[in-house]
Design a protein around this ligand. Structure first.
Ligand code: TXA
Ligand code: MG
Length: 541
């Protein structure tokens, strides 16, 4: 078949795409998630062509795409209020809502199911093509079945040139992973596939949402699947992919050893891993930047094919927010092969002053974690030993330690006088802190600890983040922290505000953690901590 290449910015091309679709042809179209392979959703013959082009099993249902809210009602039996609210909040966008289908949807489109997933994409070219076609469009991701979804026009052409009537070039896809699939069939809302709209965003509208077990775990042989797509091998590049859990340092150590004599081995890693890796690398974003990871993931898998990778050790992404979607795709690309860390695992616990870290640390202790209170350690003679005090006197003056005993008040006055002095203090003290922390880690390890928590407000400043297999950030509203700091430390509001002003921002902690916990009240803390504990237990299982 001679496949036409069409441009999103050409009105005649869009009109042509619409005509082809109306006449029963298949057209590759861009969306904000991934490229889709579209056909008239109401025409069984047209829809069959999609399955042939993709080589897709016919029991795997297709998502129906609309470009006006008014197109929705005719496709489903009923639109409940919860669905209306979701559409209002997240459409157009990367969310597919599954409801009971109407008779208008043929069985070919629904894969034989009585339900249908509908999505209103936000990509202007997707909307333009749907409008030009004048019918709702069934569109799965435009990859050959089993391969990574295409997120660039080049990748679309690689898989579909010669197999369909036309391909519309819409540039690179923004989100990079397929839409969130949510089922509103049944008594409780259920997340079938995580995507750009997060679980937290869904729950902010719906209350509790069940997460289908297939999102994170391999289905048992013969298990009943809520979403047929979950049972197929997915997102796989040519290389064997293995997922490796753990901190940047731990991951790099493992991969460096494993790929030592491997010519075509690659580390599919995060930016933070790069300084520790001695292998061939491909980074797909920062460890904490799930959005960038999602955007780059499928492109990276394609690139690995291009580079001739045979064995790939991918660093496991975090599972919260959009990270859940990245993890879901990655664990499938890896065929659920996960290398877990040797005990003990290290958990960084950090956040702003008076956010309530200690309360969280206490709960973690109850859960069997050993706790290293880095603040307490820092104040101890372990850190401010003779050597450290000597170095401080050289820089800040001998008056600092008249009889070898450190005058902490004077040190604080001088070291916190300005930024350069503070930097100097850190330069001297952090190595001593790190050494003391390592001694504590070694001690707990000897005692058989499986999980060790580093309770460390300056985790990042000290460079301990690269040692941590997980980082938990504790936050609380500014007013709450003020009140707590004044009560706890007997300081004035002014003093508390000054202290907060020199710390990293809440935004920083929110974006630099695997898990964030807003600690507003002790009563709700257990519940907020539950998924974190599950994650930690799975990490050490
Ligand atoms: O972002 C997206 O959703 C992209 C773009 C093109 O819109 N489309 C996409 O479609 O990813 P597809 O077919 O590759 O993935 C749809 C997934 C499959 O796992 C399928 O089994 C599931 O959604 N699904 C679709 N309709 C369903 C239904 N009625 N019940 C359960 N699962 C359904
Ligand atoms: Mg797909």
């Amino acid at each position: 078949m001679n496949t036409k290449h069409l441009q999103q910015n050409s009105p005649t091309d869009i009109t042509l795409a619409g005509e082809l679709l109306r006449s029963g042809e298949v057209v590759g179209i861009p969306t904000e998630t991934v490229y889709g392979l579209a056909a008239n959703a109401l025409d069984p013959t047209a829809v069959k062509k999609i399955f042939i082009a993709k080589g897709r099993p016919s029991d795997n249902p297709l998502i129906v795409h609309i470009a006006e809210l008014s197109q929705w009602a005719q496709l489903v039996r009923e639109i409940p209020e919860s669905a209306q609210k979701l559409a209002q909040a997240y459409w157009p966008g990367p969310l597919t809502i599954i409801l009971e289908k109407s008779d208008l949807i043929p069985m070919e489109t629904s894969g034989g199911l009585s339900t249908v997933g509908v999505r209103f994409p936000s990509h202007p070219a997707a909307q333009a093509v749907i409008r030009a076609a004048g019918v709702p469009l069934a569109a799965p991701s435009a990859n050959l079945s089993g391969k990574p979804s295409p997120t660039t026009f080049a990748h679309l052409c690689e898989d579909m040139d010669g197999r369909v009537a036309a391909l519309v070039d819409g540039g690179d896809c923004g989100v990079g992973v397929e839409s969130t699939v949510l089922s509103l069939v049944g008594d409780r809302p259920r997340l079938l596939r995580p995507g750009g709209v997060t679980l937290a965003q869904l729950e902010s509208i719906l209350g509790e949402v069940d997460v289908d077990p297939a999102v994170l775990h391999q289905l048992k042989e013969g298990a009943v699947v809520s979403s047929p797509g979950m049972k197929y091998r997915h997102y796989a590049p040519k290389a064997t992919v293995k997922l490796v859990e753990g901190s940047p340092e731990r991951y790099a150590n493992f991969v460096n050893a494993a790929l030592q004599n491997h010519e075509s081995g690659y580390a599919l890693c995060f930016d933070e891993d790069l300084p520790f890796l001695t292998t061939k690398t491909l980074s797909y974003g920062s460890r904490f930047d799930s959005q960038t990871q999602a955007h780059r993931l499928f492109t990276a898998l394609h690139e690995l094919d291009g580079m001739g990778a045979a064995l790939v050790y991918a660093h496991a992404p975090k599972k919260s927010g959009v990270g859940l979607a990245v993890y879901n795709r990655m664990v499938r690309a890896a065929g659920f092969c996960i290398e877990k860390p040797q005990a003990p695992v290290l958990i960084g616990l950090t956040g702003q002053s008076a956010a309530g870290k200690s309360t969280v640390a206490e709960l973690l202790r109850e859960h069997g974690c050993a706790i290293i209170d880095c603040d307490k350690l820092t104040r101890s003679g372990e850190v401010y030993n003779t050597e450290c005090i000597g170095e401080l006197c050289t820089v800040f003056g001998d008056e600092l330690a008249p009889n070898g005993v450190l005058d902490r008040k004077l040190l604080a006055a001088r070291a916190f006088a300005d930024e350069p002095s503070k930097a100097k203090l850190h330069e001297i003290v952090f190595p001593h802190i790190l050494a003391a922390v390592e001694r504590e880690i070694a001690r707990h390890t000897r005692n058989g600890a499986e999980k060790i928590v580093l309770d460390a407000p300056t985790l990042f400043e000290a460079g301990l983040d690269s040692r941590c297999d997980r980082i938990i950030a504790v936050t609380a509203p500014y007013e709450v922290r003020l009140r707590r700091a004044m009560q706890r430390d007997g300081i004035t509001e002014e003093q508390a505000k000054l202290r907060f002003a020199v710390q990293k921002t809440e935004e920083f902690f929110l974006t630099h953690a695997d898990h964030t916990i807003e600690n507003t009240a002790r009563e709700s803390l257990q519940k907020k901590l539950a998924p974190v504990l599950t994650d930690l237990d799975e990490l050490t299982a």
